[in-house]
Design a protein around this ligand. Structure first.
Ligand code: HEC
Ligand code: HEC
Ligand code: HEC
Length: 180
C-alpha cells in the first residue's frame, strides 16, 4: 500500500472509530424513531419493539449490541434453519489464518461460527475462492464494504471491533513456524 493508500486508511479508521463511539452510546431506537417505519401508522403498535426483543440476549458493546454467536450457542435464540424443507445446516469446524505478519495481529477466519448461520454457497465460489490464500484480502476493500465487509459492518459485528478478526498474535505463528 502506498502512502496515499495508508493516509486514506488512517482517515477511514478514524471515521469508523468516531462513529463507533456515537453508536455505542445510543440505545435501541424505538420503531417510531428509527427513520424506517412510518410513526403515524397505527399498525406499529402490533410490532415488537427492538429493546423488548434484544434486551434479554447476551450483550455486545458494538453494532446492534447483541453478541449473536453467544446468543445462538447458549440457546437464547433458536432460529429456524430453513424455508425449503430439504435445507440442511452444514457446520464446518475449520479456522483459517487469512493474514499474518502485518502491523496488526493475524486474522483468524472461523468457519464454524459462520456456518452456524450461513450456507457454503453464501461465500463459495463468490465472494471467496475455496482455497486458503487464494483471495487477495485487503483492509481497504473491507472498509469499502467488500470481502468480509459485505457482512461485517452491515449485518454482522462492525469493523470497529478490530481484535475480533485480528485475534492471533503474530508471535504465536512465528513460534509455530520455528526459528527463521
Ligand atoms: C471483519 C474482520 C476484520 C475486522 C473487524 C478488521 N479487520 Fe483489518 N483485516 C482483515 C483482513 C481479512 C485483512 C487481511 C488483508 C491482509 O492480509 O493484509 C486485514 C488487514 C488489515 C491491515 C493490513 C495488514 C496488517 O496487519 O498490517 C491493517 C493495518 C488492518 N487490517 C487494520 C485493522 C484495524 C485498525 C481494524 C479496526 C478498526 C481492523 N483492521 C478490523 C479483517 C478485519
Ligand atoms: C462467511 C463466508 C464463508 C462461508 C459461509 C464458508 N466459507 Fe469456506 N472459506 C471462507 C474464507 C474467507 C476462506 C479462506 C480463503 C483464503 O484464505 O483466501 C475459506 C476457505 C475454504 C476452504 C479452503 C481450505 C484450504 O485449506 O484451502 C474450503 C475447502 C472451504 N472454505 C469450504 C467451505 C465449506 C464446505 C463451507 C460450508 C460448510 C464453507 N467453506 C463456508 C469463507 C467462507
Ligand atoms: C456472508 C456474510 C459474512 C462474511 C462475508 C463474513 N462474515 Fe464473519 N460473521 C458473519 C456473521 C453473520 C457472524 C455472526 C454474527 C456476529 O458475530 O455478528 C460472523 C462472525 C464472525 C466472527 C466470530 C465472532 C464470534 O463472536 O465468535 C469472526 C471472527 C468473523 N466473523 C470474521 C470474519 C472475517 C475475517 C471475514 C472475511 C474473511 C468474515 N468474517 C466474512 C457473517 C459474515
Amino acid at each position: 500500500m502506498g502512502p496515499r493508500g495508508r493516509r486514506w486508511m488512517a482517515w477511514a479508521l478514524a471515521m469508523l472509530c468516531s462513529s463507533a463511539l456515537a453508536a455505542s452510546t445510543a440505545p435501541w431506537l424505538p420503531l417510531e424513531k428509527d427513520g424506517l417505519h412510518d410513526p403515524r401508522n397505527p399498525g406499529l403498535r402490533e410490532l415488537q419493539q427492538p429493546a423488548d426483543a434484544l434486551r434479554p440476549l447476551p450483550r455486545d458493546t458494538a453494532g446492534n449490541l447483541v453478541r449473536w454467536v453467544q446468543a445462538l450457542e447458549s440457546g437464547a435464540i433458536n432460529p429456524r434453519t430453513n424455508i425449503l424443507p430439504e435445507t440442511k445446516v452444514r457446520v464446518l469446524d475449520q479456522d483459517i489464518i487469512v493474514s499474518k505478519f502485518g502491523s496488526m495481529p493475524a486474522v483468524k477466519f472461523p468457519h464454524r461460527q459462520h456456518t452456524l448461520w450461513l450456507d457454503c454457497s453464501n461465500c463459495h465460489p463468490s465472494p471467496f475462492i475455496e482455497k486458503a490464500g487464494a483471495n487477495k484480502l485487503n483492509m481497504q476493500a473491507i472498509l469499502n464494504g467488500e470481502q468480509c465487509g459485505l457482512c461485517h459492518g452491515a449485518v454482522a459485528f462492525p469493523l470497529t471491533e478490530c481484535n475480533r478478526c485480528h485475534s492471533v498474535p503474530n508471535e504465536t505463528l512465528r513460534r509455530q513456524a520455528g526459528p527463521p
